[in-house]
Design a protein around this ligand. Structure first.
Ligand code: F3S
Length: 394
């Protein structure tokens, strides 16, 4: 694999031990995927933040990197942690967990990573430009930046995204290359999509059927940011898709048309989407209703506040980023939700918080990604539109 003199120097330790290790990791990754070399990246989004997933071993690794002088050299934001960094006591998070979590955040801060603690950094100003090379982890955000924004990233892990943040480089293979972005399967949608849930169901179904391919989707006439966010999260969850194109909607779809002739085709009808929803239809007695996987936009919080006003929402927990929370607070939306009995938490989500230790058993949600992971963790789960989860008419 070709390395420039600067990259060689980093690998040899001239920029310090932490950078040398980071470069070693990227070179090893590049060799596995037969990359010709490394490419400069403009920004990184780092996952591997919740103490629930990292444990002591992960925490020690991060503290060691910080101790060795590891510092980022491009913009890097952080995925959700295992708790609201301010209101964790109120969430019922155990002290021992909170201590570990705060040390994780401190280690990242020492390295210069912005403690945004969100999986939707693109909603709070970290929005890579079309065609730019970036190194993002967090599967839902990867699918969103690749497909909706047209930036280029592979599905990075926490350690590789951090290594890219420290070196400003990533191995050149996969979705970073023209040929890696071409569609490999056609999806014809023959169902009307209206709610966020419909887009989530479509994503979940395509991910299941199409595995790790690059779908070219036809028949979707419009989609809001929130609907594309739901689609991106679900499509990346059930199969591992990191890039999709929607005819007439996403930035690279038009230039992909010469490559769709002769591709295998799947047809999605209304009954297949209903069947996906039916799969997460647990009969729950006393669930917590969770909103915000991926993290809520301002519009989603507004919608929740309006519904709560009518239906009440004592058991609603909404998760969002600090950036969106601050705006919602200024607009009185947080107060409206909490005044109706709900809660709005920052920095964390229902999947990466230690729910069992917090005494939870049942979760109702409008997110297929959350439903997928929570049911695999043994929780009773139900998926439905928010209105229905709050007791309104289906
Ligand atoms: Fe984000 Fe947590 Fe869902 S990190 S995409 S809210 S599982």
């Amino acid at each position: 694999m070709y390395l420039t003199p600067i990259e060689e120097a980093m690998l040899e330790g001239e920029a310090g031990e932490a950078v040398a290790r980071a470069m070693g990791l990227l070179v090893a990754l590049g060799e596995v995927f037969e990359a010709e070399g490394l490419i400069e990246v403009e920004s990184a989004h780092v996952s591997g933040v919740s103490y629930k997933n990292l444990g002591e071993a992960g925490l020690e690794y991060l503290e060691e990197q910080a101790e060795l002088g590891g510092r980022i050299r491009i913009r890097a934001t952080l995925n959700p942690a295992g708790m609201d960094l301010r209101r964790w006591r109120e969430m019922g998070v155990p002290n021992s967990f909170a201590e570990g979590q705060l040390r994780v955040i401190e280690a990242y801060r020492r390295m210069g990573v912005e403690a945004t603690c969100t999986c939707t950094p693109y909603l709070i100003g970290h929005r890579p430009r079309a065609g730019s090379q970036v190194a993002w982890a967090e599967s839902s955000a990867v699918a969103y930046v690749n497909s909706v924004l047209g930036a280029r990233t592979n599905r990075e892990t926490g350690p590789t995204a951090l290594a890219s943040a420290m070196t400003g480089r990533a191995p050149l293979y996969g979705y970073r290359l023209e040929e890696g972005r071409r569609p490999t399967i056609l999806v014809d949608v023959r169902s009307r999509l209206t709610s966020r849930l419909d887009y989530g169901a479509l994503g979940y179904l395509i991910g299941e059927v199409a595995g790790r391919s690059v779908p070219y989707i036809r028949g979707v006439r419009s989609a809001s940011i929130e609907q594309l966010k739901a689609l991106s999260a679900a499509i990346a969850t059930s199969g591992g898709i990191a890039l999709y194109h929607i005819e007439g909607l996403t930035p690279e779809a038009r230039e992909m048309t010469p490559h769709i002739g002769g591709l295998e085709r799947i047809v999605v009808r209304e009954d297949s989407l209903e069947e996906v929803v039916e799969r997460f239809h647990g009969e729950l007695e006393d669930p917590v209703v969770c909103l915000g996987c991926p993290h809520c936009s301002l519009r989603e919080l507004m919608e929740a506040a309006r519904l709560l006003e009518r239906l009440g929402g004592e058991r609603l927990w909404a998760f969002t980023s600090r950036g969106v929370y601050e705006k919602a607070e200024r607009l009185g939306i947080v107060e409206a939700i909490e005044g109706a009995g709900g809660r709005v938490y920052r920095d964390t989500c229902m999947v990466v918080a230690p729910l069992r230790e917090m005494g939870w058993r049942e979760v109702a949600t409008d997110s297929f990604k959350a439903a997928h992971y929570l049911s695999s963790m043994g929780f009773e789960v139900r998926v439905a539109p928010l209105r229905e989860l709050l007791g309104g008419e289906p």
